[in-house]
Design a binder for this molecule. Structure first.
Ligand code: GRF
Length: 212
């Protein structure tokens, strides 16, 4: 059984989708531990409810980002992870962290990358009057929200939508595609080679699998 460690900062609905997928054996791995940079992240409660050890490390207890990440690495590595999954982990990672887990570190970002890296993606979509939006699962590299794209899901945006409508539609997609990508990785089908993602020995296009 492959080992998975998940990092969260908030509600953890993507973590929940992964817990459910493991229980349903759609992911053939074990979530060994969940870490958060927020003591009150609801994701920690979800983990404990599922019997998964859950921990918080608080940034203000550390002198620098590197010191925080070094401790986090040490604690994560105690679980011997094959894969580290960022699921709404809202903290910039140091190069130390990203390079340590290169090729086994995944993130989900709520936009159709490379459009709208960074924060407030839904607001930007509404302000710009976009009719299409989406979410992206990608490998993490040192470039913020810039690593090789694995899979995207698109949603329509309607004129009467507000941010809550969009978030609901996006999260529905996220809960389907993120566990799927994790299962590909755990089955050994998905790798990062250089700055590209490969699935079943085929290099994925810039927009990931199903790029149409
Ligand atoms: C998701 O929408 C994800 O795209 C973004 O943060 C959100 C996390 O939601 N990175 P949750 O904590 O998994 O509910």
């Amino acid at each position: 059984m492959k080992n998975i460690v998940v990092l969260v900062s908030g509600s953890g609905s993507n973590l929940q989708a992964m817990i459910d997928a493991c229980e349903q054996q759609k992911i053939n791995g074990t979530i060994n531990a969940v870490f958060s940079n927020k003591a009150d992240a609801f994701g920690l409660d979800r983990a404990r409810e599922a019997g998964i050890p859950a921990f918080s490390l608080l940034p203000h207890d550390f002198s620098s980002r590197e010191a925080f990440d070094a401790q986090l690495i040490q604690e994560i590595d105690a679980w011997k992870p094959d894969l580290v999954v960022l699921a709404g982990y809202m903290r910039i990672l140091s190069p130390l962290f990203v390079n340590h887990y290169a090729g086994r570190l995944l993130n989900i970002h709520p936009s159709l990358l490379p459009k709208y890296p960074g924060l407030h993606t839904h607001r930007q979509v509404l302000e710009n009057g976009d009719s299409e939006h989406g979410t992206t699962v990608h490998f993490v590299t040192e470039e913020l929200d810039g690593g090789p794209i694995i899979l995207q899901a698109k949603i329509p945006v309607f004129p009467e939508d507000d941010e809550r409508d969009i978030i609901g539609r996006i999260q529905h997609q996220e809960h389907a595609i993120y566990p799927l990508v994790v299962s590909w990785f755990i089955e050994g089908r998905l790798t990062m080679q250089g700055n590209t993602a490969w699935l079943d020995n085929v290099q994925l296009p810039a927009q990931g699998y199903a790029a149409d």
